[in-house]
Design a protein around this ligand. Structure first.
Ligand SMILES: Cc1cc2nc3c(=O)[nH]c(=O)nc-3n(C[C@H](O)[C@H](O)[C@H](O)COP(=O)(O)OP(=O)(O)OC[C@H]3O[C@@H](n4cnc5c(N)ncnc54)[C@H](O)[C@@H]3O)c2cc1C
Length: 495
C-alpha cells in the first residue's frame, strides 16, 4: 500500500467513526476511514450491540420522526416521554454527578437532532418492544426512558452506516490499523497505518480518532482498572486496544475522565474471551432484578432490585468480578421464568434447573450449597409480600431486615421449577480517555486544542463515571462523531 492523502482521516469504523465521516463529507471533504478489523468483523463494538439508543423525546410525535408507527401503535402503546431534564438527571445521578457538564449537555441536547440526521443518512430505527416494554393490562408500556433501537440491532446499524459511507464516496479501508499520528510543529498531519504488515502514511488536513477504548487490551485493563480486570471477558470487538488514546497521549493530549472505571456486566461464565457476532450481546444475563444472585460463599452480595436494570447493569459486572473466583449464580423460580429477557432462551449458556431448592443448590458449581440454601430461606422470609409486584415500575416490594437488601421486585423463591444461570464479568468499554472541547477538538495538556486532531466515541473521557445509563454509548458516539466530523470538515474546507 503506498502513501495517500485526503482532507479528513477518520480512524475507526464503528458508529462514532461513521457519523464523523458522514458529517465531514457533508462539507465536501474527501474522507478516508481506517478499520483495523477485516470486513466481516468491522464496525467495532457498535456492531455487537442490540442497538438500544437513549434519546430525548417529548411524546409519540417525536418518536414518529425517528421511526414509522401505525395509527394503532400511536393510539395503543404507552411510549411515555423522556425529557432533556430526565436524561440529564439520569446521567448525573448514575455518574455520581461527575459527568463533564459540557459534554453531558451536548449529548442530551443533540441526541434527538442527531438521530433525525442519522435517519436522513439512511439509518433506520424501531421501537424496542422486546427489551424495554412490558405488557400491562394487555397494552405495551415502555419503561426506563428507552423507546428506540437501531433497526437490525448493532449489525443493522453498522450495515446501513457503512452503506451510507460508501454511497457518499468515503474510502473505507479494512484491515488497516493506524499506528501513530504524524505531527509537525504541534499540528497533526495524518497518521501512519499498517496494512498486512506494511506501513504507509495517510496525509490529512484533519484527523478524527474514533477507534474505541482500551477494553480489549489486557495490559492496559490491568494497569488502569486494577487487579483481576485481566480476568474479565470482553463482550465486543477484540480490536479496541487503546491505540487511539495512546497515539494522542504520545503527542501530549490530555487524559480525562474515569481512567479506573468501565462499563461491565454479568456475562455467561463460559462465554469466549471476546465477543461472538453469532451470539451478539446475548451472553449478557440482565434479568437479575427478578431474582437473586449468590457468590461462591452462597451469599447474596448486591441489591438486585436497587433500580431499573438500565441503571445498575453497567456496574454489576465489576461487582461480580470482585467476588471470590469472579463468578455468581442468578436464581429464579417459575413465577418469573416467562418474564426473563430473550437472552435467557439461547442455547449457549451455563444453566441448571431443578424441582426443589435443595436439589438446585447442589447443582450450583463452585457454591457452598448449605450456605446458599440458608441464604434463599432468609431472603424468602424477608420479602414484603404485602406490597404488590409490578415489573413496569419501581414497585417498592423489597426485603425487610437483610444485611444486603433487595429494594424492588422481590419475590419469594418457592415455586418449581427453579433455574440458575452462572455469570462472570464481561467488560463493554472503558470510561477514561481524551479531553475534547465542545467542537470535539482534542485538548493538549497545555490547555490549548491540538490543531488538526478531533475525537469521538468511547475514547473520549469525561462523560461516564462509575456507571452509565443504558443506551447512551451509541448516542454519545453519534453526537460526538457528528460534531467531530462537522468541525474537521469545516476546518479543512474553510482553508
Ligand atoms: C455486547 C455489547 C452490547 C452493547 N449494547 C449497547 C446498546 O444496546 N446501546 C448502546 O448505546 N451501547 C451499547 N454498547 C456500547 C457501544 O457499543 C459503544 O459505546 C459504542 O458502540 C462505541 O462506539 P465507537 O464508535 O466509539 O466504538 P466502536 O464501535 O467500538 O468502534 C471502534 C472502531 O475502531 C476500530 N479500531 C480500533 N483500533 C483501531 C486502529 N488502531 N486503527 C483503525 N481502526 C481501529 C475498531 O475496529 C472499530 O471499527 C454495547 C457494547 C457491547 C460490546
Amino acid at each position: 500500500m503506498s502513501d495517500i492523502a485526503c482532507d479528513v482521516l477518520v480512524v475507526g469504523a464503528g458508529n462514532a467513526a461513521a457519523c464523523a465521516a458522514l458529517a465531514a463529507r457533508e462539507h465536501g471533504a474527501s474522507v478516508v476511514m481506517l478499520e483495523a478489523a477485516p470486513e466481516d468483523d468491522s464496525g467495532g463494538n457498535s456492531r455487537y450491540t442490540a442497538g438500544a439508543m437513549r434519546v430525548v423525546f417529548n411524546g409519540v410525535d417525536d418518536l414518529a420522526q425517528l421511526y414509522d408507527l401505525t395509527d394503532e401503535e400511536k393510539r395503543d402503546v404507552d411510549f411515555g416521554t423522556y425529557t432533556a431534564d430526565q436524561y440529564l438527571d439520569d446521567l448525573m445521578r448514575v455518574t455520581q454527578y461527575r459527568s463533564d457538564p459540557e459534554l453531558a449537555e451536548m449529548l442530551v441536547e443533540q441526541s434527538f437532532p442527531t438521530m433525525r440526521w442519522m435517519r436522513s443518512k439512511g439509518v433506520r430505527f424501531q421501537p424496542s418492544y422486546g427489551r424495554q416494554a412490558f405488557k400491562v393490562d394487555g397494552k405495551f408500556k415502555f419503561w426506563g426512558g428507552l423507546a428506540v433501537e437501531a433497526w437490525g440491532g448493532g449489525p443493522g446499524l453498522v450495515e446501513l452506516e457503512h452503506k451510507a459511507c460508501k454511497q457518499q464516496g468515503i474510502d473505507l479501508r479494512y484491515e488497516t490499523a493506524a499506528a501513530n499520528l504524524i505531527e509537525q510543529d504541534g499540528v497533526v498531519l495524518g497518521a501512519v497505518a499498517r496494512h498486512k504488515g506494511k506501513r504507509f502514511e495517510i496525509r490529512a488536513k484533519a484527523t478524527v480518532l474514533a477507534c474505541g477504548g482500551f477494553e480489549s487490551n489486557t495490559e492496559m485493563r490491568t494497569r488502569y482498572l486494577g487487579p483481576t480486570w485481566d480476568l474479565a471477558k470482553v463482550r465486543g470487538t477484540r480490536f479496541n486496544t487503546g491505540a487511539g488514546i495512546r497515539m494522542a497521549l504520545d503527542i501530549g493530549a490530555q487524559p480525562h475522565g474515569h481512567w479506573s472505571g468501565c462499563h461491565a456486566v454479568g456475562w455467561d461464565l463460559n462465554a469466549p474471551p471476546f465477543g461472538d457476532l453469532e451470539v451478539g450481546d446475548n451472553f449478557q444475563k440482565h434479568s437479575y432484578p427478578l431474582g437473586i444472585m449468590v457468590n461462591a460463599r452462597g451469599e447474596r452480595f448486591v441489591d438486585e432490585g436497587a433500580d431499573f436494570r438500565n441503571y445498575t447493569y453497567a456496574k454489576y459486572g465489576g461487582v461480580i468480578l470482585s467476588q471470590p473466583e469472579q463468578f455468581a449464580w442468578q436464581i429464579f423460580d417459575a413465577k418469573v421464568i416467562d418474564k426473563l429477557r430473550d437472552e435467557y432462551r439461547i442455547r449457549r449458556m451455563t444453566k441448571v434447573r431443578a424441582d426443589t431448592l435443595e436439589e438446585l443448590v447442589k447443582k450450583l458449581e463452585g457454591v457452598d450449597a448449605a450456605r446458599c440454601l440458608e441464604t434463599i430461606k432468609a431472603y424468602n422470609a424477608a420479602v414484603m409480600t404485602d406490597v404488590p409486584f409490578n415489573p413496569a415500575v419501581k414497585d417498592g416490594r423489597g426485603t425487610r431486615g437483610l444485611v444486603v437488601p433487595k429494594t424492588n421486585w422481590a419475590n419469594v423463591i418457592d415455586t418449581a421449577p427453579f433455574e440458575a444461570y452462572a455469570v462472570t464479568c464481561g467488560i463493554t468499554f472503558t470510561f477514561g480517555g481524551l479531553k475534547v472541547d465542545t467542537g470535539c477538538q482534542v485538548q493538549h495538556t497545555d490547555g490549548a486544542g491540538i490543531p488538526g486532531l478531533y475525537a469521538a466515541g468511547e475514547l473520549v473521557g469525561g462523560l461516564f463515571y462509575h456507571n452509565y445509563p443504558g443506551g447512551t454509548g451509541l448516542v454519545s458516539g453519534a453526537v460526538l462523531g457528528k460534531i467531530a466530523g462537522d468541525s474537521a470538515g469545516r476546518a479543512v474546507t474553510a482553508r
